[in-house]
Design a protein around this ligand. Structure first.
Ligand code: C2E
Ligand code: CA
Ligand code: CA
Ligand code: CA
Length: 279
């Protein structure tokens, strides 16, 4: 920041103060929002690449104010929650609420695996496994209908204890997937040690897959390798038919993105499940 001398130091100071103030404001508001039950979960379909059937959903956290408008975008308030440690209670709430809702659909015999994002801090927190076991014990959801999405960063940061923890989580019967695959530090050779069921190819690859030869080559290699290791491959951020067609031809099994449905509230997703169930 100070490379430009005093001038740039003076230039950056106010904006840094403003950012710190904004973070403190978001933190205080977030505590209130939790207490007032103003956080909610949206669901985005994952579809079978060959027949378009809904084969799962990703749970995405939302924060709407009492006036019905979005209070802060998820990237922004989740980053603050991670910084100040609030992601631990927030994440525990997300897990519990996702399982409650997943259980409702499961009871109606239209359950699909519900995937919950887990932050690094939440995953590394000493209470995570106990929390997961408690949530599963408190509902009748089939654990196979719960999936945890962990980023490469999360699993790589945990060190030696990580694989043991992943194995204990697997023993609960839940599914595990590696999120944002290809963007992090996860060398392909590590992958065989991780007891994960699925890989999610990051949106950055999907965006350019049919227009950039290098992206296409990397994406094909990821899909081929994942499949040879017996992992399900999911592509995220699929926005057009050309991308879908390319990924399908390359052997990607599940697709997720605006082409198939934006994240929607539980009512809207339940309607989609009902329609599919009646077909
Ligand atoms: P992510 O896990 O990579 O989630 C996918 C993001 O891509 C979501 O953004 C989703 O709305 C967006 N998306 C889906 N399809 C498309 C598409 O076709 N095109 C484009 N451009 N975007 C698409 P969202 O909901 O804003 O969430 C952003 C990030 O916030 C997530 O990235 C995840 O890292 C984090 N997040 C969201 N909910 C939770 C949560 O409950 N817990 C934790 N720990 N993190 C969460
Ligand atoms: Ca995710
Ligand atoms: Ca992702
Ligand atoms: Ca992401």
């Amino acid at each position: 920041v100070k490379v430009g001398g005093r001038q740039s130091y003076r230039f950056f100071t106010p904006s840094m103060n403003e950012r710190a103030a904004a973070r403190r404001r978001i933190e205080a508001e977030l505590r209130q929002a939790m207490a007032r039950n103003q956080l909610s979960l949206f669901y985005q379909p994952k579809v079978d690449a060959t027949d378009g059937r809904i084969v799962g959903a990703e749970v995405l956290l939302r924060w709407y104010g009492p006036d019905g408008t979005e209070r802060y975008p998820p990237e922004q308030f989740i980053a603050v929650a991670e910084d100040v440690g609030l992601i631990v209670p927030v994440g525990a709430w997300v897990l519990r609420e996702a399982c409650r809702q997943g259980d409702v659909w499961h009871q109606q015999e239209m359950g699909v695996p519900i995937a919950v994002n887990v932050s690094p801090l939440q995953f590394q927190h000493a209470s995570f496994l106990a929390e997961l076991e408690a949530v599963l014990a408190d509902c009748s959801l089939d654990p196979a209908l719960l999936e945890l999405e962990l980023t490469e960063r999360t699993v790589m940061a945990g060190g030696d204890a990580t694989i043991a923890l992943l194995q204990r989580i697997k023993r609960c019967g839940v599914r595990l997937s590696l999120d944002d695959f290809g963007t992090g530090y996860c060398s392909l050779s590590y992958l065989k040690h991780f007891p994960v069921d699925a890989l999610k190819i990051d949106r950055a690859f999907v965006r350019d897959v049919e227009t950039d030869a290098n992206t296409a080559a990397i994406t094909q290699a990821i899909i081929a390798m994942a499949r040879s290791l017996g992992k399900t491959v999911v592509a995220e951020g699929v926005e057009n038919e050309a991308q879908a067609e390319y990924l399908r031809a390359a052997g990607c099994e599940q697709l997720q993105g605006f082409l198939y449905g934006a994240p929607m509230d539980a009512n809207a997703f339940g309607k989609l499940l009902t329609e599919q169930h009646l077909l």
